[in-house]
Design a protein around this ligand. Structure first.
Ligand SMILES: C[S@@+](CC[C@H](N)C(=O)[O-])C[C@H]1O[C@@H](n2cnc3c(N)ncnc32)[C@H](O)[C@@H]1O
Length: 276
């Protein structure tokens, strides 16, 4: 990971935006992971690690299933935010690199990684995961693909999606300047978990968001953060709200107006070899 990438999520205000607007992991993703793990692991499950946890978006949903969960992230700002918002006793957060996880060999039942593996040196990350996993332990790496907006009227759905994509891909086009985003967008097809038991799982996730929360979500993108640094006085969200409201033919306020987002979820899941 280069120095510029390290700085991506380093700022406290970005971490605060992140924790306010980034969705938690879809429960059906975590259910799939836990069921896969339990196929070969006896309960109670001991330790889970969520690598590059941000402020806990994929960490919190693990809490009911394990004695202890540790969320690691390279960004101190994200970890501070995770600790600030945490209400769950069996979760801890700590600063660590995905490529250097401060845990003993064979000590972890599950490693998850949500929305982040595209930033890593994946081979070095996998070596660490393989070292810390217990036999039959599981690694699950997942990410959302690009959003579309859905609506019962296909014409409105198309209009809403067009407005969303114009903002995220045209207005911010020059700011998606990391090759890593290609890896995420392509659904991790160029990454592999080198265990004999390895699967790719595709799902769809739908979430209802107010327009304010939808543009808040856009404001959490690294591309938007860079755009905003270069154009601090440029308010792109007020006109965006107006366009969405017009497409919906709604007279309501952005914070009262709900749209439905849909995106693919790409997951890679693999089991470390162990006894049957
Ligand atoms: C897009 S955020 C994902 C956060 C959260 N997991 C989620 O699902 O929303 C990517 C996170 O990866 C972290 N990150 C990037 N490279 C990392 C690395 N090599 N080791 C640990 N964390 C890393 C960043 O600090 C950031 O918090």
């Amino acid at each position: 990971m280069n120095a510029a990438t390290r700085k991506q999520f380093a700022e406290a205000d970005h971490a605060a935006i992140y924790s306010k607007y980034r969705p938690k992991a879809d429960p059906k993703v975590l259910e799939r992971v836990i069921n896969y793990l339990k196929e070969k692991k006896k309960t109670p499950l001991n330790v889970a690690v969520d690598v590059a946890c941000g402020s806990g978006q994929g960490t919190v949903g693990l809490a009911p299933h394990f004695k202890k969960i540790i969320g690691y992230d390279i960004s101190t700002a994200q970890i501070n935010e995770g600790r600030r918002v945490n209400t769950v006793e069996n979760i801890e957060y700590a600063v660590a690199d995905a490529e250097n996880i401060p845990l003993p060999d064979n000590s972890v039942d599950l490693v998850t990684c949500s929305q982040a593996a595209h930033w890593f040196n994946f081979n070095a990350f996998f070596r660490e995961v393989d070292r810390i996993l217990t036999p039959n332990g599981v690694l699950a790496v997942y990410s959302r693909g690009d959003y579309v907006l859905v609506h019962e009227d296909a014409y409105v759905a198309e209009e809403l999606t067009k407005i969303y994509k114009e903002c995220t891909w045209k207005t911010l086009a020059a700011y998606w300047n990391d090759p890593v985003h290609v890896t995420r967008q392509n659904g991790y097809v160029n990454l592999v978990i080198p265990y004999p038991n390895f699967e790719r799982v595709a799902m769809e996730s739908q979430i209802d968001l107010t327009l304010t929360n939808l543009t808040g979500f856009i404001s959490s993108f690294t591309a938007y953060q860079r755009f905003h640094r270069d154009n601090p006085n440029d308010d792109i969200f007020t006109p965006l709200h107006a366009r969405f409201l017009q497409a919906l033919n709604a007279q309501t306020l952005p914070e009262e107006t709900t749209v439905t987002t849909s995106c693919p979820i790409y997951m890679m899941i693999g089991r470390k070899p162990g006894p049957n």
